[in-house]
Design a protein around this ligand. Structure first.
Ligand SMILES: Nc1ncnc2c1ncn2[C@@H]1O[C@H](COP(=O)(O)OP(=O)(O)OP(=O)(O)O)[C@@H](O)[C@H]1O
Length: 585
């Protein structure tokens, strides 16, 4: 079980606590094992010959031993509480930070339910193991060999018979071990699927209602609840069997021990005191073995959880991690793409040898038909992905060598699907931006025409956003997103279809706003509505993952090519795809 090694490695990070805990276990076990031995001397040396002196000595030794044991247990509980607490805190923090460091492919690979289940169910199961099951496991692992040594010293034949008989205890769990691991895995997968359904049901409630998908969702939910029931039932049965079978085997073993022990007493091979001591100790060791067999299903349960959490830790960030970590200044004179090719998967590429140049302070537009690669190119400029071939440069620095903090300071991406946190408008606008004051916030809110709206809400800037911004209109969300980006004062603004979901007046406002701020910033705007970018200094026309044409609006119209065709089509002058040939010749 590699995860036991993992726990031990975690524990070894806190050596002092771990060793205090180990010593306390050792003392506790020693007392537990030696106490029954006193019965042998009590019966044979004190009770039968009625020797009060020996009786008093044994009693005093037991009381002193009990006190030492109590102290050891108290220290042990303290060190275990502390040790398990810090280890769990460390794993939880590491996992949280690891997930935060991931790039986009990670978030596309794992759904919300997958991650939430890992944080709640899997970390919960690991916590249970680290806090209780593993310490018990260690205690029993130490108890059994010590107990066996003492048992051998009392009566080796009886101990040998006990060892042979105790194989019965392990047969059941051994046979069921793989089944238990699988049942556990299936149950966790069912939990994960159901969590994802709940997530979709809540986030997509409008779509579900408007497409009348309640029945489909109810059926899906019922099926998944049924799967939870059946996988949960299987798991319950297997775990019960894993616990019951050893208990039955232990009862059988008790019978064998009594019978054989009685035979040895009748043959005068052992004294009554020895038999009582042996049997008491045998019960304690038997209980330890039994506990071990109960702990095993729990350990199996958590080994699955450990694997699932480890899988997340093993997920390698797909972005190249440069050792250079160059800090770039907050102003760069150019941003370039040099023969960049990129594919989301290895099967096909979405960008083919794209080269472009964005000078400082220019307003650049990426246009083209849907799926032509505009947003992909923008995401490469924001370094959400790395190119497969070619490079993106900020001045002469390859984007892969730039320190992420300074890159994020220089650029801000605003997308069409604005995410707002479930906190106040003010906190959403300022985030953790220490450079922006409340008066900056109000000034920018006025600039993007959202200030009056905010002031009309009951709590003004303290109004709390609900449903990740779903309680606001699309235009309001978009303006807030732009205000938030402007407040960061970064010199490069990456806008991905920011006007796509807006009504014409709001779109006009945003276009005016871009005109106002273009003097201070480099703006790269992805849009499929040509009217919104006709004022751009340079327009790159994307088609099938390549740059097909580029120039200003007027230059592109003069070329009479694909851009001209798109322009006329969007203005209702041409309507048929066949007319395209007129522009392409
Ligand atoms: N995360 C992703 N995984 C796999 N393929 C993707 C992913 N995102 C986009 N694509 C594919 O890459 C291609 C280019 O997409 P992209 O979003 O860059 O196009 P676009 O020109 O911005 O289109 P639109 O104007 O419709 O947003 C499309 O075929 C799209 O299906």
């Amino acid at each position: 079980m590699t995860f036991i090694r993992t726990i031990l490695l975690y524990f070894m990070e806190y050596k002092l606590l771990f060793f205090t805990f180990l010593i306390s276990i050792f003392i506790e076990v020693a007392y537990l094992m030696i106490a029954p031995l006193s019965l042998q001397y009590l019966i044979d040396e004190a009770f039968i010959p009625r020797d009060y002196r020996i009786f008093t000595i044994i009693l005093c030794m037991l009381i002193v031993g009990g006190l030492v044991n109590f102290l050891a247990i108290t220290f042990g509980d303290y060190s275990l509480g502390k040790l398990s607490g810090v280890v769990i805190r460390m794993i939880r923090t590491d996992l949280f930070l690891h997930i935060q460091k991931q790039s986009l492919p990670f978030y596309q690979r794992y759904k919300i339910g997958d991650i939430v289940t890992r944080f709640h169910t899997d970390l919960g199961s690991m916590e249970r193991v680290i806090r209780t099951i593993f310490p018990y496991f260690l205690k029993e692992i130490v108890s059994i060999p010590i107990g066996l040594i003492i048992l051998f010293s009392i009566e080796w034949k009886l101990t040998l018979a006990m060892l042979v008989g105790s194989t019965l205890l392990f047969i059941g769990p051994k046979i069921l071990q793989n089944k238990a691991a699988n049942s556990n895995k299936y149950f966790k997968e069912s939990q994960e699927k159901f969590s994802n359904t709940i997530d979709e049901m809540i986030k997509g409630y409008k779509t579900i209602k408007s497409f009348h998908l309640q029945n489909t969702f109810s059926e899906r939910g019922s099926k998944q609840i049924h799967d939870l029931y059946s996988t949960g039932f299987n798991l319950h049965m297997i775990n019960s069997l894993m616990e019951r079978l050893p208990l039955t085997a232990l009862m059988l073993l008790n019978g064998i021990m009594l019978g054989f022990g009685g035979y040895l007493i009748f043959n005068s091979s052992i004294t009554i005191g020895e038999f009582v001591a042996f049997f008491t100790l045998f019960m304690i060791v038997g209980q330890s073995v039994l506990n071990l067999s109960v702990l095993v299903p729990n350990l199996i349960d958590s080994s699955v959880s450990f694997k699932r959490v480890q899988e997340i830790f093993d997920y390698k960030n797909s972005l190249y991690n440069s050792v250079k970590g160059i800090d770039i200044p907050s102003i760069v004179s150019s941003i370039r793409m040099n023969k960049v090719s990129f594919g989301y998967t290895n099967k096909s590429d979405q960008l083919h040898e794209v080269s472009l140049n964005i000078p400082l302070g220019s307003y650049i537009a990426f246009v083209g038909p849907s799926g032509s690669g505009k947003s992909t190119a923008l995401q490469l400029l924001a370094r959400f992905y790395d190119p497969k071939e070619g490079s993106v440069f900020f001045d002469d620095n390859d984007i892969r060598d730039i320190n992420e903090g300074s890159l994020r300071k220089l650029t801000t991406l605003v997308t069409q699907d604005t995410f707002l946190f479930n906190t106040s408008i003010k906190d959403n606008l300022l985030l953790d931006n220490l450079d922006a004051t409340e008066s900056d916030m109000i000034e920018i809110a006025k600039l993007v025409n959202i200030h009056d709206d905010i002031m009309s809400w009951p709590d003004g800037y303290n109004t709390v956003v609900h449903h990740e911004g779903g309680s606001l209109s699309g235009g309001e969300r978009q303006r807030l997103a732009i205000a938030r980006a402007l407040l960061r004062k970064s010199k490069v603004l990456l806008l991905d279809e920011v006007t796509a979901a807006l009504d014409p007046p709001t779109e006009a406002d945003i276009i005016t706003l871009i005109e106002q701020i273009r003097k201070y910033k480099t703006i790269i705007s992805v849009s499929h509505r040509l009217k919104s970018v006709i004022n751009a200094d340079l327009i790159y026309v994307f088609k099938e993952g390549k740059i097909f044409e580029f120039g200003s609006h007027h230059e592109l119209l003069k070329i009479n090519g694909y851009y001209h065709y798109m322009w006329e089509k969007q203005n209702g002058i041409v309507t048929d795809e066949e007319d395209l040939n007129l522009y392409m010749n």
